[in-house]
Design a protein around this ligand. Sequence first.
Ligand SMILES: Nc1ncnc2c1ncn2[C@@H]1O[C@H](COP(=O)(O)OP(=O)(O)OP(=O)(O)O)[C@@H](O)[C@H]1O
Ligand SMILES: [Mg+2]
Length: 357
Amino acid sequence: MGSSRFLGLYITICVLAFVISKITIAVLCYRRWQRKQLVIQDRFSDGKLVLFRSPKMKSLKPNSFLKKTMKLTSKDRIGSGGYGTVYRLTINESTSFAVKKLRRETTEQDRGFERELESMGDIKHRNIVTLHGYYTAPNFNLLIYELMPNGSLDTLLHGRRMDKVLDWDARYKIAVGAARGLSYLHHDCVPHIIHRDIKSSNILLDHNMEARVSDFGLATLMEQDNTHVSTLVAGTFGYLAPEYFDTGRATTKGDVYSFGVVLLELLTGRKPSDEAFVEEGTKLVTWVKTVVQDKKEEHYVDDRLGCNRMDEINHAFIIALMCLETDPLKRPNMLEVLKMLEEIKPDHLGHNSQSFT
Ligand SMILES: Nc1ncnc2c1ncn2[C@@H]1O[C@H](COP(=O)(O)OP(=O)(O)OP(=O)(O)O)[C@@H](O)[C@H]1O
Ligand SMILES: [Mg+2]
């Protein structure tokens, strides 16, 4: 009799302890979530602004931030791409953001979209463009990114800007930085992230000319929103791995291939749509192979590199060739690519040389 009463008491205590612990965990999680982000409802356009908390966002006044965001016009436009238009949002003399307005025609709000953005907001790395927040409304979505003062690699290599010429040291630093960012997404993030759209316009440059990978996860995010016209083939022609056309599946090795194309772009200063690179992926491999085997690198190297370190440049050509192997299994992974790149200039690492004019 005594022992069954004792057992009853024991079970009651266990159940109570279990319930209390669950409630405590839920309260802690809610508090942590509250600390992580700031949510502002926009009564005018039925939208919601979510800002991820960080030292940079701490000093911002959310309501004035929202007002300024809603007042962006074509005068603030920086550029546009496959998913929408990018604007410069200036809060004050020292604080600016890049706001990407995504095209969206359906009025249905998707919780998956927000979940994806929240996990993108958790990613902080010196070679990845930080996502500071987002705004969702029935007819459009905004992504709030860190503003990169030196624009994109694409504009620097192929644009009309003559004030900044990238020499070999600057390009090498960009290649290593982009490889580090991509390697982080592939190997250190849980779950691992496949970028799916590596190209020179998605490699941005910070104030120190350090590469920052941007728009990671955007292809996956936009695939959920079936209004985007080019969902059939996510990614950009000229950068896509040949197997993607057969399987339609994005893989980390597909990103490695696209990175190889960017490496060639850095070395030759040519656009991937350039005749020398020809449209078809497999031919690109043949082209690089011939260049390397016949020791013709010198003929294709960008004159603007202004350098006589042909040994280093040839080394980078060989790494590009490996990334561009037709068989994805023969390609190195991004960790290996990063290691090989770092071995080109072992003494260079850690120096923030101002190697552009
Ligand atoms: N965070 C940013 N800071 C500064 N400039 C940016 C930023 N994000 C984008 N840009 C500029 O806006 C331009 C357009 O970017 P966007 O990402 O919309 O197009 P894209 O990269 O050419 O193509 P995609 O839509 O496939 O990514 C870029 O070329 C870049 O110069
Ligand atoms: Mg982009």
